[in-house]
Design a protein around this ligand. Structure first.
Ligand code: FAD
Ligand code: SF4
Length: 483
């Protein structure tokens, strides 16, 4: 078995001085070589590991044969966001984990090949242009007359433009529905636009992939907030046949310790939103600087903590990440953790903050932390961190970024009377169909599961689109019988 092709990357010393993408992508020669490692299994296990069911061996074979245009067409049959997924999906736990080559060595670099095909399309403008010219709003099937009339006249509303909403909208548009997305921010994309930083996911890629969804005929209305500027009841009364809610998990969790209210304590959400959407790193071009001082502490061990730490580093600070469990339990993608280490970020494991201290003007000046040890497993199966008595110590810091998780925003459930919610304020939705307890209302992605991944949100959007299609064809009465 030949070795997996290495991903060309910016050198650590250089990349910490800019916000440009770290991973540079395969060349055509590298992509063809990597694709040639695939043995084209008769029963490909990789597909089973893909939540959006991409025909992985097919697109890889097309790359191997240098038929890049066909490879991107194959990918887009199932995945409307290939350039995004190729960059941020945790393939090591999905398709690449189940790839047969992983049994004896390194799996085929499926994610990197997916990214290659998507980037190739963007670099070859003519391909993109011809796709846009080819009757973008054409449905994939003939008009169907159903119990509810002509499907082509049916309107579906999607609330939230993150990966769940975008996927649901694209799949419904491909089936011929007239879809409108309602988004509260001024830009679509959800976490892809405001959360994941430029150096991991360039916004040009997000914009282009959203543009290709618009090409399918999807309309996107921004600056409209479900629960404030409109309600679910109003959408139904405006004639939308069905509604999909994909409003994500944007409510940051806090530590509940003394001093969290001090100046320069940020939730990771606010910190990253100021960096990505308000472009604080482009000061003075953008008049929205982030004043973080010289020493930044980031609390947490997931992808959000890694993104915050690496963004703070690029803004010029020295950064320490504090995680209350050990390195082994860190939920961040291994690749991102290794990138962070290479860049010079320090990690303190088995340490948790107990108090944030401020100066006389209420600016952060330091943090009191305590050592932890691992105890018995908790409900998630991970070892429970237990404080070590008398082990507290003090560290001077200028900024604290709290990245310990997000929960579903309560606005939508609170403003939708009768909608059933779960323990963490998530909307209760059927895993297979996205149905909620309200007729015609579907939900999926982080708003239903709590904070998860891009591809799981996309999978939920896809399954809900299929269910909405069945719902619209059957009409309410028959749908009720099925339930
Ligand atoms: P979101 O992406 O959160 O989108 C929800 C959208 O709904 C937003 O645009 C929001 O503005 C809008 N909205 C909210 N409320 C309303 C309302 N009331 N009315 C109208 N619109 C509303 N996952 C990975 O797979 N790989 C990674 O590397 C990764 N890194 C991450 C890094 C960060 C910093 C964060 C925060 C998350 C990361 N994730 C990663 C997780 C992943 O991004 C999410 O699981 C995914 O985006 C969830 O998709 P979604 O569509 O459910 O919600
Ligand atoms: Fe190729 Fe691996 Fe899928 Fe087999 S499991 S078809 S080797 S990518």
């Amino acid at each position: 078995m030949t070795d997996r092709e290495a991903m060309p990357r910016q050198e650590p010393k250089i990349r910490v001085t800019n916000f440009k993408e770290v991973a540079l992508g395969y060349s055509e020669e590298q992509a063809v070589r990597e694709a040639s490692r695939c043995i084209q299994c008769k029963k490909p296990l990789c597909i089973e590991g893909c939540p959006v069911e991409i025909d992985i061996p097919k697109f890889i074979k097309e790359i191997r044969d240098s038929n890049f245009s066909q490879a991107i067409t194959t990918l887009k049959e199932k995945n409307n966001l290939p350039g995004i997924c190729g960059r941020v999906c945790p393939q090591e736990g999905q398709c690449e984990k189940t790839c047969i080559l992983a049994k004896k060595g390194e799996p085929v670099a499926i994610g990197r090949l997916e990214r290659f095909a998507a980037d190739w399309e963007l670099k070859n403008d003519e391909v993109v242009a011809s796709r846009r010219r080819s009757n973008p709003t054409k449905s994939l099937r003939e008009p169907i007359t159903s119990a509810r009339g002509n499907l082509m006249e049916q309107r579906v509303a999607v609330v939230g433009s993150g990966p769940a909403g975008l996927t649901c909208a694209a799949d419904l548009a491909k089936l011929g529905y007239a879809v409108t997305i309602f988004e509260s921010l001024h830009l679509p994309g959800g976490v892809l636009s405001y959360g994941i930083p430029e150096f991991r996911l360039p916004k040009k890629i997000v914009k282009e992939e959203i543009a290709s969804i618009k090409d399918l005929g999807v309309r996107i209305k921004t600056d409209v907030v479900l629960g404030k500027t409109f309600t679910i009841k109003e959408l139904f009364s405006q004639g939308f046949a069905a509604i999909f809610i994909g409003t994500g998990a944007g409510l940051p969790m806090f530590l509940g310790i003394e001093g969290e209210w001090l100046n320069r304590v940020y939730s990771a959400n606010e910190f990253l939103l100021r960096t990505n959407l308000m472009k604080s790193y482009l000061f003075p071009e953008y008049e929205t600087p982030l004043n973080i001082g010289k020493n930044v502490a980031v609390i947490g061990g997931g992808n959000v903590a890694m993104d915050s730490a690496r963004a703070a580093l690029r803004l010029g600070a020295a950064v320490i990440v504090f995680y209350r469990r050990s390195e082994k339990e860190m939920p961040a993608r291994r690749e991102e953790y290794e990138n962070a280490r290479e860049e010079g970020i320090e990690f303190h494991f088995l340490v948790a903050p107990v108090e944030i201290l401020g100066d006389e003007k209420n600016w952060v000046k330091g943090m009191k932390v305590i050592k932890m040890k691992l105890g018995s497993s908790d409900s998630s199966g991970r070892a429970r961190p237990v404080p070590v008595k008398g082990s507290e110590f003090y560290l001077p810091v200028d900024t604290v970024v709290i990245a310990i998780g997000q929960r579903p925003n309560p606005l939508v459930p609170q403003s939708s009377p009768g909608l059933k919610t779960g323990r963490i304020g998530n909307i209760i939705a059927d895993e297979e169909t996205g149905e909620t307890n309200i007729e015609g209302l579907f939900a999926g992605g982080d708003i239903a599961t709590g904070a998860a991944t891009v591809i799981s949100a996309m999978g939920a959007g896809k399954r809900a689109a299929r269910a909405i299609d069945r719902y619209c064809q059957k009409g309410e009465k028959e749908w009720q019988k099925k339930r």
